[in-house]
Design a protein around this ligand. Structure first.
Ligand SMILES: [Zn+2]
Length: 326
């Protein structure tokens, strides 16, 4: 008997293609990042990220309602305070910008899952991710401040805290601080694998967090390395991380695949501001189709092994899932 192998047979119809589709995306796995500012009635456009805005605590609720309507009920919050200081004390201020946004969101939408970024760079006048001593990041002094920040965010309603300072020992420090204050049920999402990347450019404008001197290369990873990602991930697992993250996503698909293979924890990939703005810019210049580029890059991140996608396209992606495009 002659058997003819015809792989294309499975693409005979859209229904068949979808039946045998390898990569499935669900709206439940999407997280939308949001920037909170102080005041009221504020929706200010982020020039470097067309279609993205900074919201005051009242307006952020209107945006959350839109996200929920689209099918996205997980948000990652970043605070952009008016006043910054040498220490970054706004980060652990119980009346701080992120804390107020969290309280406002929780009060209006108790079922929203709120993830709070834990870092100091949005709050420090120098723009670095922690305390500075002799012109360099003081790792151990920063750990205590990150712990204090995580506790304050948990008190304000964060369901998950996500330390992103890339300090050695930050997961253990944040875990210990949470446990000591009665927040042992709050999971820690670790930015375990965070590369020093030019793709963060638009975010730094959005959060006004560009370092005033030096770079972050001493504490973020070198993009030439991928085995180092496994070392960083393993360390964070040993320190008690509950969810791992790779950031950025697009230029690091191999890293996503490797971390996924090496760990049993849920894996998030953060498709960062530059990935978003690059697609927006290409579409604006008519170099590519925005919707198609968005779908293809998102599918690629999941195909690489991500369980969770943090994306500025999250509401649009959820709509695409509902339409059966993804
Ligand atoms: Zn930072």
């Amino acid at each position: 008997m002659n058997i003819t192998i015809r792989p294309r047979r499975l693409r005979n119809s859209e229904a068949l293609r979808r039946l045998t589709h390898e990569t499935r995306v669900s709206a439940e796995s999407l997280v939308y990042p949001l920037f909170a500012v102080e005041g009221s009635g504020i929706v200010s456009a982020i020039e470097s990220m067309p279609g993205q805005y900074r919201y005051s605590p009242d307006e952020i609720c209107a945006k959350a309602a839109d996200c929920i309507a689209a099918g996205v009920d997980k948000l990652l919050l970043f605070g952009v305070p008016k006043h910054k200081d040498g220490e970054g004390s706004g980060a652990w201020d119980d009346d701080g910008v992120t804390q107020n946004a969290l309280r406002s969101l929780k009060a209006n939408f108790p079922k929203l899952l709120l993830i709070a970024d834990v870092c100091l760079c949005e709050y420090t006048a120098h723009g670095h991710c922690g305390a500075i001593k002799n012109g360099e990041l003081d790792n151990d002094a920063t750990l205590e401040l990150l712990g204090r920040t995580a506790v304050s965010l948990a008190k304000a309603g964060a369901d998950i805290v996500a330390p992103s300072a890339m300090c050695d020992g930050q997961i253990a420090a944040v875990r210990a601080a949470l446990d000591a204050e009665g927040f042992s049920r709050i999971p820690v999402m670790s930015y375990a694998v965070k590369y020093a990347s030019a793709f963060y450019g638009p975010f730094r404008t959005a959060a006004a967090s560009a370092p005033k001197f030096g770079g972050r290369g001493t504490y973020q990873m070198d993009y030439g390395n991928s085995r180092e990602a496994l070392k960083e991930a393993a360390l964070d697992v040993s320190e008690g991380a509950d969810i791992l993250m790779v950031k950025p996503a697009l230029a690091y698909m191999d890293v996503i695949a490797k971390v996924k293979a090496a760990s049993n924890l849920p894996l998030a990939a953060y498709s960062v501001s530059g990935e978003y703005s690059m697609i927006k810019a290409a579409a604006k210049a008519a170099y590519g189709d925005e919707y198609a580029l968005m779908l293809e890059t998102a599918a690629g991140v999941y195909r690489a092994g991500a369980d969770i996608l943090i994306s500025y396209f999250a509401p649009e992606l959820a709509n695409a899932v509902r339409r059966g495009d993804l």
